[in-house]
Design a protein around this ligand. Structure first.
Ligand code: C2E
Ligand code: CA
Ligand code: CA
Ligand code: CA
Length: 280
């Protein structure tokens, strides 16, 4: 795929010593990339399954590296988390996503368009995160109702009381919280008790095999009913075929995201029909 740089395969091979040297180099490059403004935000459409209408988007970061080409986040986000560079990168992604979407909203996009931004728990627990979030919304006059923060449940574990409090404050501001990759953590269910949330996202590992595996279908359909019980929308990720989309809709899933509907792309490359001006 065009968003997988060759780096994914060449990095972190060889001996331990070579690997750590490679890591140090990559961290230095990432640092320089921030200075050189080499990060880009791609947006993947989120659709309503009843009519395939685009109702929002997930912001996904890319690194447009001079030497390496377009680098996928799977390669550098874990290293950014480890090194702390996720803080400046994550802040940039949040601000840039809000800037771009606010501009589109001013130009006639549907006023309930929902942009989802991934937020690392490391970012979330910074004492000034809330303040920065508020400042960004203000700077671009973006309504908090247009913004959802996606948090991955596997790392929600840190200190659940602290995180629950942070999440409540953010929700009071009007910003929504989505639990990302739902079903992959080992104690998924306990999170549903501990944290208030506005949206669940089923991990693509279930979606990719639920048509030919009745166990996966049982899990998907249970998660769909679970979301219904909490009265929150559910987004199925990684939908690649019409058959998957149809079956998910039959099972009661309302929203989906995946290559079948559209790949992540810069907003300038979004086709006219995705932009959601004019509601139905
Ligand atoms: P994620 O949040 O689970 O994002 C969904 C990933 O699935 C994206 O990969 C997306 O391109 C990919 N995807 C979407 N539809 C399909 C499909 O139909 N089939 C398949 N096979 N894949 C699909 P991407 O963009 O490479 O991002 C990977 C991960 O990197 C994300 O997983 C997220 O955890 C992380 N990430 C991306 N951007 C950010 C960011 O700005 N901040 C943080 N903290 N993490 C980010
Ligand atoms: Ca996500
Ligand atoms: Ca996800
Ligand atoms: Ca994921």
């Amino acid at each position: 795929a065009k968003d997988k740089g060759p780096i994914s395969y060449e990095v972190f091979q060889g001996s331990m010593a070579e690997q750590s040297t490679q890591k140090i180099h990559l961290i230095a490059e990432l640092n320089a990339a921030i200075e050189k403004n080499e990060f880009r935000v791609y947006f993947q459409p989120v659709v309503r399954l009843s009519d395939s209408k685009v109702i929002g988007a997930e912001a996904l970061v890319r690194w447009q590296s001079g030497q390496r080409g377009l680098v996928a986040p799977g390669v550098f986000i874990p290293l950014a988390e480890e090194s702390g560079l996720i803080l400046p990168i994550g802040h940039w992604v949040l601000r840039e996503s809000c800037r771009q979407i606010a501009e589109r909203l001013k130009n006639g996009w549907a006023s309930d368009f929902d942009v989802h931004v991934n937020v690392s728990v490391r970012q979330l627990i910074q004492s000034d995160f809330y303040q920065k979030l508020e400042a960004i919304l203000q700077e671009f006059s973006l309504s908090p109702h247009n913004l959802t923060l996606e948090i991955t449940e596997s790392i929600l574990i840190e200190d659940s009381n602290v995180i629950a409090t942070l999440i409540s404050r953010i929700r009071l501001l009007g910003v929504s919280i989505a639990i990302d990759d739902f079903g992959t953590g080992y104690s998924s269910m306990s999170y549903l008790h501990q944290f208030a949330f506005d949206c669940l996202k089923i991990d693509q590992s279930f979606v990719s095999r639920f048509l030919d595996n009745h166990k996966s279908e049982a899990i998907v359909s249970a998660i769909i009913r679970l979301a219904g019980g909490f009265d929150v929308p559910l987004v199925a990720e990684g939908v690649e075929t019409l058959e998957q989309a149809q079956r998910l809709h039959e099972l009661g899933c309302q929203r989906a995201q995946g290559y079948y509907f559209g790949r992540p792309a810069p907003l300038e490359e979004w086709p006219e029909g995705w932009c959601g001006s004019g509601q139905s």
